[in-house]
Design a protein around this ligand. Structure first.
Ligand code: PEP
Ligand code: MG
Length: 321
Protein backbone atom coordinates (compact mmCIF):
# COMPACT_ATOMS: atom_id res chain seq x y z
CA UNK A 1 0.00 0.00 0.00
CA UNK A 2 2.80 2.41 0.95
CA UNK A 3 4.51 1.64 -2.38
CA UNK A 4 1.30 2.41 -4.25
CA UNK A 5 1.01 5.74 -2.43
CA UNK A 6 4.64 6.63 -3.14
CA UNK A 7 4.01 6.23 -6.88
CA UNK A 8 1.34 8.91 -6.64
CA UNK A 9 3.69 11.50 -5.22
CA UNK A 10 4.24 13.48 -8.41
CA UNK A 11 0.89 12.80 -10.01
CA UNK A 12 -1.96 15.27 -10.09
CA UNK A 13 -4.96 14.37 -7.95
CA UNK A 14 -7.62 12.96 -10.23
CA UNK A 15 -10.82 11.03 -9.56
CA UNK A 16 -11.53 7.74 -11.35
CA UNK A 17 -13.69 9.66 -13.84
CA UNK A 18 -10.92 12.13 -14.62
CA UNK A 19 -11.92 15.14 -12.50
CA UNK A 20 -9.10 17.21 -11.01
CA UNK A 21 -9.11 18.38 -7.41
CA UNK A 22 -6.30 20.05 -5.50
CA UNK A 23 -4.67 18.31 -2.55
CA UNK A 24 -2.99 20.85 -0.31
CA UNK A 25 -1.39 20.79 3.13
CA UNK A 26 -1.84 22.56 6.44
CA UNK A 27 1.38 23.93 7.92
CA UNK A 28 2.38 25.81 11.07
CA UNK A 29 5.95 26.89 10.26
CA UNK A 30 8.27 27.09 7.24
CA UNK A 31 9.97 23.93 8.57
CA UNK A 32 6.86 21.92 7.70
CA UNK A 33 7.50 22.48 3.97
CA UNK A 34 9.83 19.48 3.68
CA UNK A 35 7.03 17.12 4.66
CA UNK A 36 4.61 18.78 2.25
CA UNK A 37 6.95 18.43 -0.73
CA UNK A 38 7.95 14.87 0.21
CA UNK A 39 4.30 13.89 0.25
CA UNK A 40 3.39 15.51 -3.04
CA UNK A 41 1.40 18.49 -1.76
CA UNK A 42 0.04 20.55 -4.67
CA UNK A 43 -0.19 23.65 -2.54
CA UNK A 44 -0.58 25.01 0.97
CA UNK A 45 -4.25 25.27 1.91
CA UNK A 46 -3.62 26.71 5.36
CA UNK A 47 -0.51 28.30 6.84
CA UNK A 48 -1.39 28.97 10.48
CA UNK A 49 0.70 32.11 11.06
CA UNK A 50 -0.14 32.30 14.76
CA UNK A 51 2.77 29.95 15.50
CA UNK A 52 5.08 32.78 14.46
CA UNK A 53 3.65 34.81 17.36
CA UNK A 54 3.61 32.02 19.96
CA UNK A 55 6.39 30.80 22.26
CA UNK A 56 8.18 34.16 22.42
CA UNK A 57 8.23 37.36 24.45
CA UNK A 58 7.30 40.01 21.88
CA UNK A 59 5.45 40.37 18.61
CA UNK A 60 7.43 39.25 15.55
CA UNK A 61 8.65 42.27 13.57
CA UNK A 62 7.56 42.99 10.02
CA UNK A 63 10.93 41.79 8.74
CA UNK A 64 10.82 38.56 10.73
CA UNK A 65 7.40 37.87 9.26
CA UNK A 66 8.54 38.83 5.78
CA UNK A 67 11.35 36.26 6.06
CA UNK A 68 9.01 33.45 7.16
CA UNK A 69 6.39 34.18 4.48
CA UNK A 70 9.02 34.54 1.76
CA UNK A 71 10.59 31.25 2.75
CA UNK A 72 7.26 29.44 2.44
CA UNK A 73 6.37 31.10 -0.88
CA UNK A 74 9.78 30.39 -2.36
CA UNK A 75 9.72 26.80 -1.11
CA UNK A 76 6.37 26.24 -2.81
CA UNK A 77 7.82 27.47 -6.09
CA UNK A 78 4.71 29.05 -7.58
CA UNK A 79 2.21 26.55 -6.18
CA UNK A 80 -0.87 28.07 -4.53
CA UNK A 81 -0.10 29.10 -0.94
CA UNK A 82 -2.92 30.19 1.35
CA UNK A 83 -1.66 32.18 4.31
CA UNK A 84 -4.12 32.80 7.11
CA UNK A 85 -3.77 36.03 9.04
CA UNK A 86 -3.37 35.90 12.80
CA UNK A 87 -5.87 33.62 14.55
CA UNK A 88 -5.30 34.01 18.29
CA UNK A 89 -7.73 34.12 21.16
CA UNK A 90 -10.00 31.20 22.02
CA UNK A 91 -7.59 28.50 23.16
CA UNK A 92 -4.52 30.20 21.64
CA UNK A 93 -3.04 32.83 23.95
CA UNK A 94 0.00 35.07 23.68
CA UNK A 95 1.81 35.58 27.02
CA UNK A 96 2.88 39.11 26.04
CA UNK A 97 -0.60 40.22 24.99
CA UNK A 98 -2.54 40.92 28.14
CA UNK A 99 -6.17 40.61 27.15
CA UNK A 100 -9.06 40.79 29.61
CA UNK A 101 -10.39 37.39 30.73
CA UNK A 102 -13.63 36.48 29.00
CA UNK A 103 -16.49 34.23 30.08
CA UNK A 104 -16.55 32.46 26.69
CA UNK A 105 -13.19 32.88 24.96
CA UNK A 106 -14.32 30.90 21.91
CA UNK A 107 -17.16 33.39 21.48
CA UNK A 108 -15.03 36.37 22.34
CA UNK A 109 -12.49 38.75 20.92
CA UNK A 110 -10.41 36.42 18.79
CA UNK A 111 -8.86 36.15 15.32
CA UNK A 112 -10.11 38.79 12.87
CA UNK A 113 -12.07 40.50 15.65
CA UNK A 114 -8.86 41.14 17.54
CA UNK A 115 -7.02 42.18 14.37
CA UNK A 116 -9.72 44.70 13.49
CA UNK A 117 -9.40 46.19 16.97
CA UNK A 118 -5.59 46.11 17.13
CA UNK A 119 -5.12 47.44 13.62
CA UNK A 120 -1.41 48.27 13.94
CA UNK A 121 -0.68 44.64 14.73
CA UNK A 122 -2.76 43.61 11.71
CA UNK A 123 -1.23 46.18 9.36
CA UNK A 124 2.26 44.93 10.21
CA UNK A 125 1.30 41.42 9.19
CA UNK A 126 -0.41 42.61 6.00
CA UNK A 127 2.65 44.62 4.96
CA UNK A 128 4.92 41.62 5.55
CA UNK A 129 2.60 39.48 3.45
CA UNK A 130 2.34 42.01 0.62
CA UNK A 131 6.11 42.46 0.49
CA UNK A 132 6.61 38.67 0.42
CA UNK A 133 3.97 38.21 -2.29
CA UNK A 134 6.46 38.70 -5.12
CA UNK A 135 8.11 35.41 -4.13
CA UNK A 136 5.28 33.08 -5.06
CA UNK A 137 1.59 32.43 -5.49
CA UNK A 138 0.18 34.05 -2.34
CA UNK A 139 -3.46 33.89 -1.32
CA UNK A 140 -4.46 35.76 1.82
CA UNK A 141 -7.18 34.35 4.06
CA UNK A 142 -8.98 35.99 7.00
CA UNK A 143 -10.08 33.73 9.90
CA UNK A 144 -13.37 33.76 11.85
CA UNK A 145 -15.25 36.09 9.54
CA UNK A 146 -18.86 36.44 10.78
CA UNK A 147 -20.17 39.35 8.70
CA UNK A 148 -19.53 40.89 5.31
CA UNK A 149 -18.57 44.18 7.03
CA UNK A 150 -15.68 42.42 8.77
CA UNK A 151 -14.46 41.16 5.43
CA UNK A 152 -14.77 44.60 3.82
CA UNK A 153 -12.93 46.22 6.72
CA UNK A 154 -10.08 43.66 6.62
CA UNK A 155 -9.79 43.93 2.87
CA UNK A 156 -9.86 47.73 3.14
CA UNK A 157 -6.85 47.67 5.48
CA UNK A 158 -5.07 45.36 3.04
CA UNK A 159 -5.77 47.78 0.16
CA UNK A 160 -4.51 50.71 2.25
CA UNK A 161 -1.23 48.95 3.01
CA UNK A 162 -0.90 48.00 -0.64
CA UNK A 163 -1.33 51.64 -1.70
CA UNK A 164 1.25 52.75 0.88
CA UNK A 165 3.76 50.22 -0.41
CA UNK A 166 3.13 51.33 -3.99
CA UNK A 167 3.86 54.92 -2.91
CA UNK A 168 7.10 53.76 -1.35
CA UNK A 169 8.01 52.04 -4.60
CA UNK A 170 7.85 48.54 -3.11
CA UNK A 171 6.86 45.80 -5.56
CA UNK A 172 3.73 43.80 -4.75
CA UNK A 173 2.19 40.87 -6.63
CA UNK A 174 -0.89 42.19 -8.42
CA UNK A 175 -2.81 38.91 -8.53
CA UNK A 176 -3.15 38.01 -4.84
CA UNK A 177 -6.47 36.28 -4.15
CA UNK A 178 -8.20 37.33 -0.94
CA UNK A 179 -10.52 34.86 0.73
CA UNK A 180 -12.07 33.89 4.03
CA UNK A 181 -12.42 30.93 6.30
CA UNK A 182 -15.98 29.73 6.70
CA UNK A 183 -16.09 28.55 10.29
CA UNK A 184 -19.08 30.44 11.66
CA UNK A 185 -22.60 29.36 10.65
CA UNK A 186 -23.71 32.93 9.79
CA UNK A 187 -21.05 33.03 7.08
CA UNK A 188 -22.03 29.68 5.61
CA UNK A 189 -25.67 30.79 5.52
CA UNK A 190 -24.71 34.08 3.83
CA UNK A 191 -22.22 32.43 1.47
CA UNK A 192 -24.07 33.76 -1.61
CA UNK A 193 -23.48 37.32 -0.42
CA UNK A 194 -19.83 36.69 0.44
CA UNK A 195 -19.21 34.88 -2.85
CA UNK A 196 -19.74 38.12 -4.77
CA UNK A 197 -16.84 39.79 -2.91
CA UNK A 198 -14.32 37.13 -1.87
CA UNK A 199 -12.01 35.26 -4.24
CA UNK A 200 -12.35 31.95 -2.41
CA UNK A 201 -13.68 30.16 0.65
CA UNK A 202 -11.94 27.64 2.88
CA UNK A 203 -14.23 25.77 5.24
CA UNK A 204 -12.80 25.41 8.73
CA UNK A 205 -14.77 22.48 10.02
CA UNK A 206 -12.95 22.29 13.35
CA UNK A 207 -14.69 25.49 14.37
CA UNK A 208 -17.74 25.25 12.09
CA UNK A 209 -18.79 22.01 13.81
CA UNK A 210 -18.27 23.46 17.28
CA UNK A 211 -20.32 26.57 16.51
CA UNK A 212 -23.08 24.78 14.60
CA UNK A 213 -23.57 22.10 17.24
CA UNK A 214 -22.84 24.49 20.14
CA UNK A 215 -20.35 21.94 21.49
CA UNK A 216 -16.88 23.03 22.63
CA UNK A 217 -14.34 21.22 20.44
CA UNK A 218 -12.12 20.60 23.51
CA UNK A 219 -14.80 19.39 25.94
CA UNK A 220 -14.97 15.60 26.13
CA UNK A 221 -18.28 15.65 27.97
CA UNK A 222 -20.01 16.94 24.87
CA UNK A 223 -17.78 15.24 22.33
CA UNK A 224 -20.73 13.09 21.21
CA UNK A 225 -22.11 16.25 19.62
CA UNK A 226 -18.95 16.91 17.66
CA UNK A 227 -20.32 15.34 14.47
CA UNK A 228 -18.64 16.07 11.13
CA UNK A 229 -21.21 13.88 9.37
CA UNK A 230 -24.26 15.44 10.90
CA UNK A 231 -26.40 16.44 7.89
CA UNK A 232 -26.55 19.95 9.36
CA UNK A 233 -22.82 20.30 8.72
CA UNK A 234 -23.01 18.71 5.28
CA UNK A 235 -25.83 21.02 4.23
CA UNK A 236 -23.79 24.06 5.27
CA UNK A 237 -20.81 22.71 3.32
CA UNK A 238 -23.00 22.30 0.26
CA UNK A 239 -24.37 25.82 0.56
CA UNK A 240 -20.86 27.24 0.59
CA UNK A 241 -19.58 25.20 -2.36
CA UNK A 242 -22.66 25.93 -4.48
CA UNK A 243 -22.58 29.65 -3.69
CA UNK A 244 -18.91 29.90 -4.66
CA UNK A 245 -19.42 28.05 -7.94
CA UNK A 246 -22.35 30.24 -8.93
CA UNK A 247 -19.95 33.21 -8.79
CA UNK A 248 -17.08 31.37 -10.48
CA UNK A 249 -15.10 31.14 -7.22
CA UNK A 250 -13.57 28.10 -5.55
CA UNK A 251 -14.02 26.40 -2.17
CA UNK A 252 -11.50 24.45 -0.15
CA UNK A 253 -11.63 22.82 3.25
CA UNK A 254 -8.83 23.04 5.79
CA UNK A 255 -10.45 21.52 8.88
CA UNK A 256 -9.58 17.97 9.97
CA UNK A 257 -12.60 16.68 8.08
CA UNK A 258 -10.89 17.28 4.70
CA UNK A 259 -8.54 14.34 5.27
CA UNK A 260 -11.13 11.95 6.66
CA UNK A 261 -11.75 8.72 4.77
CA UNK A 262 -15.52 8.88 5.17
CA UNK A 263 -15.72 12.60 4.44
CA UNK A 264 -13.64 12.54 1.23
CA UNK A 265 -16.21 10.74 -0.97
CA UNK A 266 -18.99 13.04 0.28
CA UNK A 267 -16.93 16.20 -0.27
CA UNK A 268 -15.86 15.06 -3.74
CA UNK A 269 -19.52 14.54 -4.65
CA UNK A 270 -20.45 17.97 -3.30
CA UNK A 271 -17.86 19.51 -5.62
CA UNK A 272 -15.17 20.62 -3.15
CA UNK A 273 -12.27 22.06 -5.17
CA UNK A 274 -9.41 21.87 -2.69
CA UNK A 275 -8.75 19.50 0.22
CA UNK A 276 -6.17 20.70 2.74
CA UNK A 277 -4.85 18.34 5.40
CA UNK A 278 -1.77 17.31 7.34
CA UNK A 279 1.07 16.32 5.02
CA UNK A 280 1.04 12.75 6.33
CA UNK A 281 -2.50 12.21 4.97
CA UNK A 282 -1.88 13.48 1.43
CA UNK A 283 -0.83 10.34 -0.42
CA UNK A 284 -3.49 8.19 1.17
CA UNK A 285 -6.13 10.75 0.17
CA UNK A 286 -4.78 10.96 -3.41
CA UNK A 287 -4.99 7.21 -3.71
CA UNK A 288 -8.53 7.14 -2.33
CA UNK A 289 -9.72 9.88 -4.70
CA UNK A 290 -8.18 8.10 -7.70
CA UNK A 291 -10.56 5.20 -7.05
CA UNK A 292 -13.70 7.29 -6.59
CA UNK A 293 -15.98 8.51 -9.37
CA UNK A 294 -16.93 12.12 -8.75
CA UNK A 295 -20.08 11.76 -10.87
CA UNK A 296 -21.17 8.68 -8.89
CA UNK A 297 -20.58 10.47 -5.61
CA UNK A 298 -22.47 13.52 -6.86
CA UNK A 299 -25.43 11.28 -7.66
CA UNK A 300 -25.46 10.14 -4.01
CA UNK A 301 -25.30 13.68 -2.58
CA UNK A 302 -29.00 14.38 -2.50
CA UNK A 303 -29.75 11.14 -0.64
CA UNK A 304 -26.91 11.70 1.81
CA UNK A 305 -28.07 15.22 2.61
CA UNK A 306 -31.62 13.95 3.19
CA UNK A 307 -30.50 11.49 5.90
CA UNK A 308 -31.38 12.27 9.52
CA UNK A 309 -28.31 11.47 11.57
CA UNK A 310 -24.55 11.38 11.54
CA UNK A 311 -24.65 7.60 12.03
CA UNK A 312 -26.87 7.13 8.99
CA UNK A 313 -24.46 9.17 6.87
CA UNK A 314 -21.47 7.10 7.99
CA UNK A 315 -23.30 3.86 7.33
CA UNK A 316 -24.40 5.06 3.89
CA UNK A 317 -20.89 5.99 2.81
CA UNK A 318 -19.47 2.71 4.10
CA UNK A 319 -22.12 0.77 2.21
CA UNK A 320 -21.31 2.38 -1.14
CA UNK A 321 -17.50 2.24 -0.78
C1 PEP B 1 -10.78 25.17 11.61
O1 PEP B 1 -11.39 25.81 12.45
O2 PEP B 1 -11.28 24.18 11.00
C2 PEP B 1 -9.39 25.50 11.26
C3 PEP B 1 -8.76 24.92 10.25
O3 PEP B 1 -8.75 26.41 12.05
P1 PEP B 1 -8.11 26.06 13.46
O4 PEP B 1 -8.15 24.56 13.62
O5 PEP B 1 -6.73 26.62 13.40
O6 PEP B 1 -9.03 26.79 14.39
MG1 MG C 1 -10.61 27.70 13.21
Amino acid sequence: QKAEWAKMKDQPTMSADGQRVELAANIGTPKDLTGVLENGGEGIGLYRTEFLYMGRETFPTEDEQFDAYSQVLQGMDGKPTVVRTLDIGGDKELTYLDLPKEMNPFLGLRAIRLCLEMTELFRTQLRALLRASVHGNLKIMFPMIATIEEFRQAKGLLEEEKAKLANEGVAVNESIEVGIMVEIPSTAIMADVFAKEVDFFSIGTNDLIQYTMAADRMNERVSYLYQPFNPAILRLVKMVIDASHREGKWTGMCGEMAGDEIAIPILLGLGLDEFSMSASSLLKARSQISKLSKADMASHSERILALSTSEEVEAYVKAIS
